[in-house]
Design a protein around this ligand. Sequence first.
Ligand code: ARG
Length: 600
Amino acid sequence: MAPVTSLASTVDQRIADALSAALPEAGSADPLLRRSDRADYQANGILALAKKLKGNPRELAAQVVSSLPATDSDGLIKEIEVSGPGFLNITVTDRAIIETLAARAADDRLGVPHAERTGTTAIDYAQPNVAKEMHVGHLRSAVIGAAMVEILEFMGEKVIRRHHIGDWGTQFGMLIQYLIEHPHELDHQSGDGGTGADTDAIDGETAMSNLNRLYKASRAVFDSDEEFKARSRDRVVALQAGEKETLDLWQRFVDESKIYFHSVFDKLDMEIQDPDIVGESGYNHMLEETCRILEETGVAVRSEGALCVFFDDVKGPDGNQVPLIVKKTNGGYGYAATDLSAIRDRVQNLRATTLLYVVDARQSLHFKMVFETARRAGWLNDEVKAVQLAFGTVLGKDGKPFKTREGETVRLEDLLDEAVERATAVVREKAEKAGLGEQEITENGRYVGIGAVKYADLSTSAVRDYKFDLDQMVSLHGDTSVYLQYAYARIQSILRKAGDAKAVAHPELTLAPAERALGLHVDQFGEVLAEVATGYEPHKLAAYLYQLASLYTTFYDQCHVLSDENAPELVENRLFLCDITARTLRQGLSLLGIRAPERL
Ligand code: ARG
């Protein structure tokens, strides 16, 4: 067991250790501790233990109290009392709080330990579709996924990013065929005057509008011209057979789309690396084998000419089972075959121990069937698990799925531009007071605007639908990223004003209630991160940070930091609390992909 006075741990941990030492019968099971309004903590594990030992809980509680080291202001526990049927109410000393925080402040990671068990997580996120406009759902996957990547890596997990873009399928037959029959569209599309090179020269928006136009034009012909339709189908066959000209044209679509994707991700202040973009086409060479294995092992069976997997609990409205189709009657492979092949690749080649999918909840049935199939095939098992981090729908202010008035997908770039524009206005209002120049206003406007969009997405539980409301997102009041960013900037301003006074911990001082509350909350950062990483719940980190900023605001109102009336030690200790709060805020925001400007 860890030594009782281990300073690198948290106050929670130290109390749990002390209780375990006083209660050896409990074995390794730390008495359940939770924060309480009555005292700092309440331990309620004694009830269960008394039951197990067939004893009286209040007596057992009293016994624990008497075997704990004496309570005094120099030790860990200041007060402990038995309450109710056998709870322990525990108040820690001011010294313990500051001492513990000081030990953590000395560490770059703020004393946050790595997860006890780590492995390799392949995370499937930010997966838009080639030749199609990205929508708000793609934004959610990107934002939530990127946060999970950062959090898992911070906790010591090895993370492999996979952007499973939709770059394969029958629609490419139509697109490519159209391009072949309208070669001038190609000239126009690349904006290179027909030299056939240099797609890099165009920006993301141009790339997308080219693709959009082409998509609409080819769709129109496809729907009205039966012969074109037939030629498009043949083109799909040529594509799947890897015929050179067809494949080259397909590549042009992919490249052009990537220019667009990157422009959106750049706007989002998010790094997406080309080698991690392994789209559906990347598993093409595995599809046949995947189906063969599934059929040979009996996991999949032939049904009406298609290769299918059946599930007892997946039924249609008519009560008949609805299968997962891995190979269609016409011999074509679909979304499921690709995902099953991707699982084999991630497990067998990349050696991932966890597969995490940040995908819309509307695809949950698909993943449920895919994961179950993979389990039956033995690709997933007790050592290798797959999880869908499912997210809800983004709604407009009217509570309906977020669309333009014309019912079209809202252009992400416009949305992000608008967020930045509004945020810049908010920043500008306070710019003079904060001493910001034009360049900082622009930069901060971007950090605040993009931060607002990310935070809105991350601060509600992923699976819930949420309303996309820019007015609310950039508001200075309430649970927004701007509020957190202001709290951070305000602390930095105090630290700058402090001049020669330094942030130094003084465990000998008595703390004001607002200082204790702030300190104890700062101390829980590591525990919150551990919970967020195991449960894939970034909204709990957002909630933690919001609470941190709120407690800081109370502290700031009630405890003057740089007051002439304060003794030097008091100033130093308060600066210390300011500093560790700021570091925690910055680290937490950075894990969520949100920047914390020094001045705001
Ligand atoms: N491209 C898909 C879409 O836009 C998301 C892909 C999700 N990932 C996966 N492995 N199926 O809906």
